[in-house]
Design a binder for this molecule. Structure first.
Ligand code: RP5
Length: 177
């Protein structure tokens, strides 16, 4: 049974949201990744939300562009946390989707993450953190992932320090820039 639902407003959002699925896979989180539109298929959106909630889905992630009402439409139909990923690409460069997703009326929150792939990734991390509230094994996996992020920064710092701030080959006597 999927723990997370990932709804895309259109199949054209797939490339933006693929990193979300990759992170959920890496963390071993079950999910359903599908298309449903707030406007083009409101009945499907409602039915999927209710069906997935009944199956035990704990977090909904909704990605949409333009007048991005998908996350809000889902939030209106479930008490589970809803994470919205605004998708750019239309005439207003994503500001339309950002404002449509984030400006929910009080009582119907959508946790809105960054635009596009950065938001897709953080939607997965945030969903994992929500699930980890009641899953110590997943919390441990997330602590390990944080340690890996820290190690990658430490490694990058050492590599840059090794390349800068000391004489480089082109600075040897006789060389000019
Ligand atoms: C939104 O409109 C979708 O989420 C997509 O980002 C955008 C364009 O959809 P398509 O016309 O490519 O299907 O509903």
């Amino acid at each position: 049974m999927p723990k997370v639902a990932v709804f895309l407003g259109s199949a054209s959002d797939e490339a933006v949201m693929a990193p979300c699925a990759e992170i959920l896979d890496r963390l071993g989180i079950s999910y359903r990744f599908t298309v449903s539109s707030a406007h083009r298929s409101p009945e499907r959106t409602e039915a999927l939300t209710r069906e997935l909630e009944a199956e035990g889905c704990q977090v909904f992630i909704c990605a949409a562009g333009m007048a991005a009402h998908l996350a809000g439409a889902v939030a209106a139909r479930t008490l589970k946390p809803v994470i919205g990923v605004p998708v750019s690409g239309a005439a207003l460069g994503g500001l339309d989707a950002l404002l449509s997703t984030v400006q929910m009326p009080p009582g119907f929150p959508v946790g809105t993450v960054a635009l596009d792939k950065a938001g897709a990734r953080n939607a997965a991390w945030l969903a994992a953190q929500i699930l980890a509230l009641n899953d110590p094994a997943l919390a441990s996996v997330l602590r390990d992932e944080r340690a890996a992020f820290k190690n990658s920064v430490d490694r990058a710092g050492r590599e840059l320090e090794a390349r800068y701030g000391k004489p480089q080959p082109h600075e040897r006597a006789g060389d000019t820039l």
